[in-house]
Design a protein around this ligand. Structure first.
Ligand SMILES: O=C(O)c1cc(=O)[nH]c(=O)n1[C@@H]1O[C@H](COP(=O)(O)O)[C@@H](O)[C@H]1O
Length: 233
C-alpha cells in the first residue's frame, strides 16, 4: 500500500462546490482525481486550482484512440504536471507503448501511467454483450499482463482482482482500485465492489473513492474514518 492510498474522485458539475469540498479535505490524507466531467467543463485551470491547494492530482481521462493521438494526449497531461494519468488497456500494446514513450522526456517528473483493464461497473454478462466471452476476472489478468509488457506503472482494476495481480505481476506494479464502498454505503452503479480494509488486504495500492466521501454529510469525517480503517488493517 502507498503511504497515501486514498484517491478522492471529484465528479461534480459545479466548480465552486467541488473546490469548497476540496477545501474541507486534507492533502496529507488523500490525493484527488479529476475525470471527464470536470475536465470537460473546467479544463486545465481546474488542475491549477487543485495544485495550488497542495493536492496531488490523478487526471482520469482514460484515453483510448490511435497510438499517435494517445501519445500526444498523455504528453499534454504531463505538461499539466499531474501525478497520475490513465489510458485504456483495450487500446492495445502499440497504443500503450506509444503513450509510455511519450513520457520519456519528462524523466522523474512524468506522471504515473496506468491502464484501465475492465471497468468496475461491468459485469460478466455485460462483457459478453461486447464479445468478451471470458469472466471479468480472467480478462483483467490478460489486459494487466499486456500493460506490464508495455512498460506502464500499473492498472486500474477492481479489488477482486488485486490479490491475483499482485502475486503474478509483482509488488512494484501499482493497482488502482475503484468500486470501493465502506460497510453500509450505497453501491450505486458499481458492480465489483469491496470495503477499504478488504481492498488494502487484497493488495490494492490506491483506493479510488468518490460518492462515499463527496456525498457524505461531513466529507472530512468520512475521509478520516476510511483513513483510520485502513491504518489498522
Ligand atoms: O478509472 C477510474 O477511476 C475508474 C475505473 C473503473 O473501472 N471504475 C470507476 O468507477 N472509476 C472511477 O472511479 C470513481 C468511482 O466513484 P464512486 O463510485 O463515486 O466511488 C469514478 O470517478 C469513476 O470514473
Amino acid at each position: 500500500m502507498s503511504n497515501k492510498p486514498i484517491l478522492v474522485a471529484l465528479d461534480f458539475d459545479d466548480k465552486n462546490a467541488a473546490l469548497q469540498l476540496v477545501d474541507k479535505l486534507d492533502p496529507n490524507m488523500c490525493r484527488l482525481k479529476v475525470g471527464k466531467e470536470m475536465f470537460t467543463l473546467f479544463g486545465p485551470q481546474l488542475v491549477k486550482d487543485i495544485h495550488r491547494r497542495g493536492f496531488d492530482l490523478f487526471l482520469d481521462l482514460k484515453f483510448h484512440d490511435i497510438p499517435n493521438t494517445v501519445a500526444k494526449a498523455v504528453a499534454s497531461a504531463a505538461e499539466l504536471g499531474v501525478w497520475m494519468t490513465n489510458i485504456h488497456a483495450s487500446g492495445g500494446l502499440a497504443m500503450m507503448e506509444a503513450a509510455k514513450k511519450a513520457l520519456v522526456p519528462y524523466g522523474d517528473d512524468a506522471p504515473l501511467l496506468i491502464a484501465v483493464t475492465v471497468l468496475t461497473s461491468m459485469s460478466d454478462e455485460e462483457l459478453k454483450l461486447i464479445g468478451i466471452d471470458v469472466p471479468a476476472f480472467e480478462h483483467v489478468q490478460r489486459l494487466a499482463k499486456l500493460t506490464q509488457k508495455a512498460g506502464l506503472d500499473g492498472v486500474v482494476c477492481s479489488a477482486h482482482e488485486a490479490e491475483i495481480l499482485k502475486s503474478s505481476l509483482g509488488d512494484s506494479f501499482k493497482l488502482v482500485t475503484p468500486g470501493i464502498r465502506p460497510v453500509g454505503a450505497d453501491k450505486g452503479d458499481q458492480h465489483r465492489i469491496m470495503t477499504p480494509p478488504q481492498a488494502i488486504a487484497a493488495g490494492s495500492d490506491y483506493l479510488v473513492i468518490g460518492r462515499p466521501i463527496t456525498k457524505a454529510a461531513d466529507p472530512l469525517a468520512a475521509l478520516t474514518a476510511i483513513h483510520q480503517s485502513i491504518q489498522v488493517s
